[in-house]
Design a protein around this ligand. Structure first.
Ligand code: NAD
Length: 356
């Protein structure tokens, strides 16, 4: 079978997306696009991609191109994905799918109208610990879920990002950028959210961008953060049980993230990727051996890269006719957007909000 021809739009995180696509059997990256012409051309040269563009419409005009993989900033997803679907392409879009549920829903409708294969890149679902936790939860390891706590503490969440990631209007912020992965995993493991109570904060509205730090004299302070850099949220699941999410910026030493799930029969903990568990008969909470079939054994040892490879392989298999393949798609993108809309509203109104 001929490989599926892929075009990648956006080359920040998109560079790792390309590295993942290049490891997928039956796929070939034939074009790349970025507003930054030099970056697009350099990447195309380094990664042996035939064509590079600065305008995504030129990339979409390639007739043989079957699939578009979008890694441009979140506020561009709706227009780029919509144009790609209208051009008859299948679409993999970065998370979060769109700025809000209305945009996400319109993309789902467009994808269904064009009978396109659609996916959202929630690659954390493919981390071995997340995969095995899903299997155990489905086998009732926890019993009735009582509470799942997700905490993440970081010193500086903006990293290498351009200013868009700290801009609320452009879909930036810790909730959209990082919280989204964990809320998606909670939906997948436990159920969609029914109601939320939340508080979003901007603890450090005046943070220097990486670029300002590198180029400036270090004296001026750019007020760049309009998005949340911290949030807490209680989510009630439709099927019972609740989650408490607590994300904070400014913590020294980047302690990372932890998930603690407590049920009537057992406990599961994921700390920085490693899965621990305890049930009756176990002496203590201990690491759970991940089955070999779920382990990442390939080089480089980058679980997020290989998570993307697994997701993309399923998308390609679906395009080539294997309907059994399941992966996070635009429906999951809509579910996430509904929960995030409700979290933002609950934070603004300071009251419980039902998820639409
Ligand atoms: N799945 C993950 O784990 C993960 C990780 C990081 C980022 N992301 C997502 O990827 C997306 C991009 O984030 P990033 O960190 O790479 O941002 P970034 O700012 O580092 O890179 C974005 C790139 O897109 C380019 N760009 C902007 N508008 C464009 C347009 N209209 N056409 C073509 N190129 C355009 C920019 O020039 C830039 O090079 C976001 O939606 C973000 O949430 C996902």
């Amino acid at each position: 079978m001929e490989p599926v021809q892929v075009g990648v739009i956006g080359t920040g995180w998109g560079e790792l997306q390309i590295a993942a696509w290049q490891r997928v059997k039956n796929a070939r990256v034939v074009a790349v696009c970025d507003l930054d012409a030099a970056r697009a051309a350099d990447l195309a040269k380094r990664m042996k991609i035939e064509r590079s563009f600065t305008d995504y419409r030129q990339l979409l005009a390639i007739k043989e191109l079957q699939l578009v993989s979008i890694a441009a900033p979140t506020d561009t997803h709706r227009s780029i994905a919509d144009a790609a679907l209208i051009a008859g392409k299948h679409v993999v879009c970065e998370k979060p799918l769109a700025l809000d549920a209305r945009e996400a829903q319109s993309l789902l409708a467009r994808a269904e109208e064009h009978r396109a294969v659609h996916a959202v890149n929630f690659e954390m679902r493919y981390l071995p610990g997340f995969q095995y936790a899903k299997e155990l939860i489905d086998e009732d390891y926890l019993g009735q879920l009582l509470r799942v706590d997700v905490t993440m503490a970081m010193e500086n969440p903006w990293g290498e990002h351009g200013k868009w990631a700290a801009d609320d209007a452009r879909g930036g912020g810790v909730l959209m950028e990082l919280g989204s992965h964990f809320i998606d995993a909670l939906h997948w493991w436990f159920d969609d959210a029914r109601a939320v109570l939340a508080g979003r904060r901007t603890l450090f509205p005046k943070v220097k961008s990486q670029m300002a730090l590198a180029g400036g004299n270090g004296k001026s302070v750019d007020p760049i953060v309009t998005a949340d850099d911290a949030f807490w949220c209680v989510m009630q699941f439709a099927r019972g049980g609740e989650a408490l999410l607590n994300f904070v910026t400014g913590a020294r030493h980047d302690p990372g993230w932890t998930i603690n799930a407590h049920g009537s029969l057992g406990t599961l903990v994921i700390k920085n990727g490693e899965l621990w568990g305890r049930r009756d008969g176990d002496r203590e909470l201990a690491p759970l051996g991940i089955p070999k079939r779920l382990e990442v054994t390939e080089k480089p040892n980058d679980p997020l890269l290989w998570g993307m490879v697994k997701l993309f392989e399923r998308v390609v298999a679906r395009i080539q006719g294997d309907n059994a393949q399941i992966f996070p798609d635009f429906r999951d993108g809509v579910a996430l957007a509904r929960t995030i809309d409700a979290i933002k509203c609950a934070s603004d109104e300071q009251e419980w909000v039902e998820v639409d």
